[in-house]
Design a protein around this ligand. Sequence first.
Ligand code: NAD
Length: 504
Amino acid sequence: MSIEIIKGENDMPTEIPTRATFMLFGGTGDLALRKLYPAIFNLYKKGSLSTHFALVGLSRKALTDEEFRAKIIESISSETDDKAQAEEFASHFYWKSHDVTNTDHYKELGKIADELDQKYETDGNRIFYVSLAPRFFGIVAKNLKEQGVLSTNGGFNRLVIEKPFGRDYASAKELNDELTSAFNENQIYRIDHYLGKETTQAIPVIRFGNPIIEAIWNQNYIKDVQITLAEKLGVEDRAGYYDTAGALRDMIQNHTLQIVSYLAMDEPNSFVDTEIRREKVKALESMEIYDADGVKQNFVRGQYGAGDGTPAYRDEPGVPHDSNNNTYAAGKIVFNNPRWGKTPFYIRSGKKLATKTGRIDIEFKKPIVDIFAKGTHQPAELKSNVLTLLIDPKIGITLEINTKNSAQGMHTETVDLSYLQSDARAAEVPLPYERLFHDILKGDGTYFASWAEVAAAWKYVDPVQKLWDTTQPDFPNYESGSMGPKAADELLARDGNSWYFPNK
Ligand code: NAD
């Protein structure tokens, strides 16, 4: 049974457009063409960018401005039918052939930035977006500073870094040291596109905006928390990258632990990035780091075999036939803090699972005494209240509560209070990269990972990766189209729990 709650539509506040010159390294890359230009275009359409902006696309390719602009128009074609508007937007785009290791190229870029600053009156504001292979992140930051590309006339300089941010704590620290030799921490925006998603951004409001929820958000009332980021797709054409990363690095260290931090953190004094980051770090640093035995007991890895008429991971194009890479990872997080002491957070993410879903299921404890189970009545057993936050593909919130069944006599049943975003409203929701670009323009680091958060997440994940790198798995251990290895069910069963989804 389901009771629909109708939610009103909010008026969007208007805002003052930001002036800026963007410099986009990897300007013809897959990410730029598929995600970044449409995101910038939507901000332009909605007025967050005015006519006072320009973008310089950079990579080794030799393109004319006209050729680059044609790519931009193609890239935003699904966002508009207005040819004149698309052309006006694209006229702000310039191309510069650039090799990241060539210092002269940066000097030339600095001159172009000065000219564009004058032409578009951008107040000297500069956004450097590094959408390149990770090995280039550090060298770009260093050269931007050393070759004088940073604005020095009072405008802002912001550096945007794509994922992955390191392969372990040591490499992440090395990268961060390189970046911070050129930029301050508050100028660095580490992208985690899960933080641009509607539901992730809603977590603090759902918690701290509702005393009825925050009052019970602790180990006294919450039995366990479950986070599932499941993909139906396999490795597709990304074997080169994915086989060296795996689910633990690709999904758990960043996206999943970021979601954990919003769910687990204490209430910040105010909703500003510095305060929020402080609380997120505190939460991440209070996760118990496992030794090898702890990893064996509390983490599960998996690799998909054939199923649903599709090949096993090891038979996918580009994947070595003896690959021991994890395409699935699950774990039990335990916090050493007063809020969560006894409440486990179960996390899992994998490829080739039964369904594509991103969701958080929060299971509450049952009443200490079930008074309905006594006396002359024969009611159904009371179920745990479950609050579910749906991230993907549907956005929504559901709450299961126990009530009386309307039949004669005293019987209980569970009903679902649910708010599912309508398709019409979902179509209006800005895409993650659009939200994140908006925040970069406004200088708001709330939905970006700080270095302290990234460091804490790597320190947590490193012992797991280390054990997995040095011990032989029995792969493949789950069928394509299933919900992952049996061991992940046993992980919860040992605590007397089970995955709420899809078994509820
Ligand atoms: P890509 O390979 O499609 O593009 C990389 C770009 O770098 C190209 O424009 C290439 O010409 C340029 N380049 C390579 N070597 C260069 C050099 N020496 N000097 C100057 N330019 C050089 O990569 P992508 O898929 O667009 O990914 C870019 C970044 O975004 C990576 O860090 C990746 O991990 C991250 N990312 C991508 C996606 C995605 O969906 N594509 C998703 C998440 C994160």
